[in-house]
Design a protein around this ligand. Structure first.
Ligand SMILES: Cc1cc2nc3c(=O)[nH]c(=O)nc-3n(C[C@H](O)[C@H](O)[C@H](O)COP(=O)(O)OP(=O)(O)OC[C@H]3O[C@@H](n4cnc5c(N)ncnc54)[C@H](O)[C@@H]3O)c2cc1C
Ligand SMILES: Cc1cc2nc3c(=O)[nH]c(=O)nc-3n(C[C@H](O)[C@H](O)[C@H](O)COP(=O)(O)O)c2cc1C
Length: 783
C-alpha cells in the first residue's frame, strides 16, 4: 500500500505513525513544505483525557511527549484586581516544536519517509497512491482546490487575536481580563516548558482599532501588549514568531472525503483556541482514520467509516468551542459582574464544567460563588443566610410584590385536554402535583383568549365564566397546598390555529370542525394549512380586547402573575418576525413597526392587570433562519417590552416557520437568555433542554438567567424540585403535611446518595499529573 500525506503538522505525522504501525510494509510518505524544525507558534495544550488516548495508540511517542510536558492542575482567573484559582483541571502543555520533533523521530523510527521543503500543489503526482491524506492545515490548499466538493463554510470571527510567547513562568492556565483606556483585552496564557509560556492576546475589533494596533509591526504590538500586561509579566519579555493579529476562522466542511483523498485536522474543521483543542482534534482525527483503516475491507469503505464515525465528535467539540468563543467575544456583558461570579462564568462557559463538578474539585470556590449570589439576593431585601447560603436554585426572587421561594419553574405546556376551553380534573391533578412537587413558579399552558384563538380543540381558554371557575379551582388548590406561585400564560394561536391535538399531528390543520384563522399576513404555516386572514384594525381591536378581558378574568381567578405569549409563531409572534409579517402599514417593515401591535396588547393588559403583580413576555429570541429574528433583535424586543413595564423576559426560540434550523444541544437556548439579560439588563427566564438541577445552578450562578424553566422534565417528574432540594440540602422547601414522611426520607437518603456519588466521581477521576509524571519516568517496555 502507498500512502501520501500532505502536511507534516500533528495530524499528518500522527496519521503516518499509526498507519505505519498497522502496515509495516506500506510505503508512507509525509510531504512538508517547511524545514524539519521550522515551526511557528509556541505551546500546545492537552487534557489528561487526550493523553490517555495517546497512551493507548502509541506508547513510545506518548512517553516522550509526557516527559517533555509541563503540567498544571489549576485555572486562574485574574479580573479587576482579584485572582480566583480552581484546581483539578489536569492539563499539560508542550512546545509545538518539541511535539513535532518527537512525532518526526517516531515516524522515522517506524520507517515513514519524511520529505521536508516540499511544497505540494497538485495531487496528480500521487496517482499511484492508495490513500492521499490532506493534512495541510487551516488554509488547506487542497480543501480550497476542491471547494465545490468539500463545501467548507468559513466563519471569520469578529475578535482579533495574536499568538506570542514569554519567559514568564506560570503555575496555572491563566486568564487575565484587563481593562484599558481603549476597552477590554484578554490574555490566555500557560507554561509549556521550563522558562517558556504561550500568550494568546484577544480583543474586540473596536478596542483593537482604538488601541491603534492596526498596522503596527509584530514587535510594536508585542511592546503594546507588554505595556498593558506589564504588571503581570513582571519584567519578562514577550516573544514573537509570526505573531500577527488575525481573526479566527471557524471552519466546517460538508464533506471530508473525495475518492481516495481525505481531510484531516485543521484542514477539515477548526476549534477555537480558547478551548485548546486544535491539536487534540488533529491527532484524534489521525486515530479515527487509523481505526477505520484497520477495520474496513477497502480504503473507500475506511474513509466512509472515518467520516461517519468521527463527525459527531468533531461537531461536539466545535460546538463547545463556538460557545466558548462567543463568551469571549461578549465579555463586556459580564464586565460589571462580581469577580467571583465572573470567574464562575469563565469556568463554566463551554458547558463541560458545571456547578456540581466544581463543587467536587473546588468546594471553597463554589462556596464563594454561593455567597456572592446570596449577597445579591439579600441586597434585594430578603432576610437570608449569607454565611451558609443555599445553592442559587433555592434562593428566592421577587418580581414586583410576588416572591417565589426558588428559581425552578414549570414551563408552560399545553395538555390538549380541555373541553370547550374548560380545564378539567386532569389539569387539576397536573398543576396541583407539580405545585406540590416544589417548583417555585408554575406556568399554565397557553390559555387562549377566545374560541377562535385556540391552537387545537383541546386547548384551555379564559373567555367565559365556566372556564374562569375551573381555573379558580386550580389556582385555589395550588395556593392552599403548596408555596408555588402560578402564572397565567395568555395567547392567541394566529395562523397556527385550528390544528390537530399534539398526538394526532402537531400543527397539522384540522380536517373537520376547524375555524377561520388570522395572522399578521396571509401566509399559511404548511403549504396545505389554512390561509389566515390578514388582520385589519377592527380585528386588532377585537383581539386586544379579548386579551384584556382574559387578563381581568385571570385576576379574578387569583393568578399571581401574567404572561403574554409572543413566541413560537403564534399570533403576536407573527407580527414580530419579518418572516411572517409582510405588512406595508405601520405594523410591518421595521422592528419598531412589527412590535407595535404586540406592545399595544401588552400595554392594554398591563393597565388592566394589578400594579403589584408582575407580567412577563415569552419571545422567540431567534427564528433560526437567515433573515429572521436574531439575538440582537431579541435584545431590542426585550428593551421595548421593558419600557412598557415587563418584569421578566421568558426567552425561548424558533417555531416561527417550518424550514428553521435550530442548533439543539444541552441548554441550547440559554445563550439568548444570557444576551438579553446582560445587554438589555432585564430579568430573564431561560428554557430548553435543561434537564438537571446542576444545570439550573450553573446557569443561575453564572448570571445567565434569573429563573430556569423546565418543560419535558416536569412531565415525568412532578417532584423535580423536591428531589433537587434534597440533593442540595435545601430543607426549607415547602411540603404539604400529608407528604412529610416522604420528604424526611428523601432528605435523609440524599446525604448518603450524595456521598456515594462523590466517592464514585473521585475514584473515576483521570490520572493526576503526579501519576503521569511517575509513569513518564518508568523504563520503556518493548513495543
Ligand atoms: C493562536 C492559536 C493557538 C492555538 N493554541 C492551541 C493549543 O493551545 N492547543 C492546541 O491543541 N491547539 C492549538 N492551536 C491549534 C493548533 O495549532 C492546530 O489546530 C493544529 O496544529 C492542527 O494541526 P494540523 O496538523 O491539522 O495542521 P498544522 O499544524 O497547521 O499543520 C499543517 C502543515 O501542513 C503544511 N502544509 C500546508 N500546505 C502544504 C503544502 N501544500 N505542501 C506541503 N506542506 C503543506 C504546513 O506547513 C504545516 O506544517 C492553536 C492555534 C492558534 C491559531
Ligand atoms: C407538550 C408540550 C406543550 C407545550 N406547550 C407550550 C405552551 O402552551 N406554551 C409555551 O409557551 N410553550 C409550550 N411548550 C414549550 C415549553 O414551554 C418549552 O419551552 C420547551 O418544551 C423547551 O423546554 P424543555 O426542553 O424543558 O422541554 C410546550 C412544550 C411541550 C413539550
Amino acid at each position: 500500500m502507498k500512502v501520501a500525506i500532505i502536511g507534516g503538522g500533528p495530524a499528518g505525522l500522527y496519521a503516518a505513525i499509526l498507519l505505519k504501525k498497522q502496515r509495516a510494509q506500506a510505503e508512507i510518505t509525509v510531504y512538508e513544505r517547511n524545514r524539519a524544525d521550522d515551526t511557528f507558534g509556541f505551546g500546545v495544550v492537552f487534557s489528561d483525557a487526550t493523553l490517555d488516548n495517546f497512551e493507548k495508540y502509541d506508547p513510545p511517542s506518548y512517553r516522550r511527549i509526557t516527559q517533555e510536558f509541563a503540567y498544571w492542575d489549576d485555572i486562574a482567573v485574574h479580573f479587576r484586581g482579584t485572582v480566583h484559582r480552581v484546581g483539578g483541571n489536569g492539563f499539560c502543555g508542550c512546545s509545538r516544536r518539541t511535539l513535532l520533533v518527537i512525532l518526526q523521530e517516531r515516524a522515522r523510527e517506524l520507517g515513514v519517509m519524511l520529505k521536508f521543503e516540499t511544497d505540494i500543489d497538485d495531487e496528480s503526482r500521487f496517482a499511484d497512491a492508495d490513500l492521499i491524506v490532506l493534512a495541510d492545515g487551516i488554509n488547506s490548499r487542497f480543501r480550497d482546490k476542491h471547494i465545490e466538493h468539500f463545501q467548507p463554510q468559513v466563519d471569520l470571527r469578529s475578535n482579533k487575536f495574536a499568538w506570542m510567547g514569554s519567559t514568564r513562568p506560570l503555575d496555572a492556565f491563566t486568564f487575565i481580563f484587563q481593562e484599558t483606556e481603549w476597552g477590554p483585552f484578554i490574555a490566555h496564557a500557560y507554561q509549556y516548558e521550563a522558562g517558556r509560556s504561550t500568550w494568546i492576546f484577544e480583543t474586540d475589533a473596536e478596542t483593537f482599532a482604538r488601541a491603534g494596533l492596526e498596522g503596527l509591526s509584530e514587535q510594536q504590538s508585542a511592546d503594546r501588549m507588554a505595556e498593558i500586561f506589564g504588571w503581570f509579566l513582571d519584567g519578562h519579555p514577550l516573544l514573537i514568531n509570526r505573531s500577527m493579529w488575525r481573526n479566527f476562522p471557524m471552519i466546517r466542511s460538508q464533506r471530508w472525503v473525495k475518492g481516495n483523498m481525505v481531510l484531516l485536522g485543521d484542514a477539515k474543521a477548526t476549534a477555537h483556541f480558547s478551548i485548546g483543542s486544535g491539536t487534540k482534534l488533529a491527532m484524534e482525527d489521525a486515530i479515527a482514520l487509523a481505526d477505520a483503516m484497520a477495520q474496513a475491507p477497502t480504503v473507500g469503505a475506511a474513509l466512509q467509516t472515518y467520516e461517519h464515525g468521527r463527525r459527531e465528535e468533531v461537531e461536539k467539540t466545535q460546538h463547545a468551542a463556538d460557545v466558548s468563543l462567543v463568551w469571549f467575544e461578549h465579555v463586556d456583558r459580564f464586565w460589571d459582574f462580581d469577580p467571583v461570579q465572573f470567574a464562575f462564568g469563565v469556568m463554566t462557559r463551554a458547558k463541560a464544567i458545571t456547578y456540581d463538578n466544581l463543587t467536587l474539585r473546588a468546594p471553597e470556590f463554589v462556596r464563594e460563588v454561593d455567597k456572592a449570589f446570596a449577597k445579591q439576593v439579600r441586597a434585594k431585601g430578603f432576610d437570608i443566610d449569607i454565611d451558609k447560603p443555599q445553592a442559587p436554585m433555592f434562593q428566592p426572587l421577587k418580581l414586583r410584590e410576588m416572591e417565589v421561594a426558588n428559581r425552578a419553574v414549570v414551563s408552560p405546556m399545553c395538555m390538549y385536554s380541555a373541553r370547550e376551553g374548560v380545564p378539567g380534573d386532569f389539569h387539576l391533578v397536573h398543576y396541583g402535583s407539580r405545585a406540590i412537587g416544589g417548583a417555585g413558579l408554575i406556568f399554565t399552558e397557553m390559555t387562549c383568549v377566545g374560541r377562535d384563538a385556540r391552537i387545537t380543540p383541546g386547548c384551555t381558554g379564559l373567555w367565559n365564566d365556566e372556564q374562569q371557575a375551573a381555573w379558580t379551582r386550580i389556582v385555589d388548590f395550588v395556593h392552599a397546598n403548596s408555596a408555588a406561585k402560578i402564572c397565567l400564560q395568555l395567547g392567541h394561536a394566529g395562523r397556527k390555529g385550528a390544528t390537530k391535538l399534539m398526538w394526532e399531528g402537531m400543527d397539522r390543520p384540522l380536517e373537520q370542525g376547524g375555524w377561520d384563522t388570522i395572522s399578521a399576513s396571509p401566509l399559511p404555516y404548511f403549504p396545505d394549512s389554512q390561509v389566515p386572514h390578514e388582520m385589519d384594525r377592527a380585528a386588532m381591536d377585537r383581539v386586544k380586547q379579548e386579551f384584556v378581558a382574559a387578563a381581568v378574568r385571570g385576576e379574578a381567578c387569583g393568578f399571581d402573575m401574567l404572561e403574554l405569549h409572543c413566541a413560537h409563531g403564534y399570533l403576536l409572534a407573527s407580527f414580530i418576525s419579518p418572516l411572517t409579517n409582510e405588512r406595508t402599514d405601520e405594523y410591518g417593515g421595521t422592528l419598531a413597526n412589527r412590535l407595535r401591535y404586540p406592545l399595544e396588547v401588552f400595554e392594554a393588559m398591563r393597565a388592566a392587570w394589578p400594579a403589584h403583580k408582575p407580567m412577563s413576555v415569552r419571545i422567540s429570541a431567534t427564528d433560526w433562519v437567515a433573515g429572521g429574528v436574531t439575538g440582537d433583535d431579541a435584545v431590542a424586543i426585550a428593551r421595548a417590552f421593558g419600557e412598557a413595564g415587563v418584569d421578566l423576559v421568558d426567552v425561548s426560540t424558533g417555531q416561527t416557520v417550518r424550514d428553521a434550523q435550530p442548533i439543539y444541544g444541552r441548554m441550547f437556548q440559554t445563550p439568548f437568555s444570557e444576551q438579553v439579560r446582560n445587554e438589555a439588563r432585564l430579568a430573564t427566564m431561560c428554557v430548553g433542554n435543561i434537564t438537571t438541577a446542576d444545570q439550573v445552578n450553573t446557569i443561575l450562578a453564572a448570571g445567565r438567567a434569573d429563573l430556569v424553566a423546565l418543560a419535558r422534565p416536569h412531565l415525568v417528574d412532578p417532584s423535580f424540585t423536591m428531589r433537587a432540594a434534597a440533593w442540595y440540602g435545601a430543607s426549607e422547601i415547602a411540603c404539604p403535611p400529608q407528604y412529610l414522611p416522604g420528604k424526611e426520607q428523601i432528605f435523609r437518603n440524599s446525604v448518603r446518595d450524595r456521598q456515594d456519588f462523590e466517592d464514585l466521581k473521585i475514584k473515576g477521576k483521570p490520572k493526576t499529573r503526579a501519576e503521569l509524571k511517575a509513569e513518564a519516568t518508568k523504563p520503556l517496555a518493548a513495543e
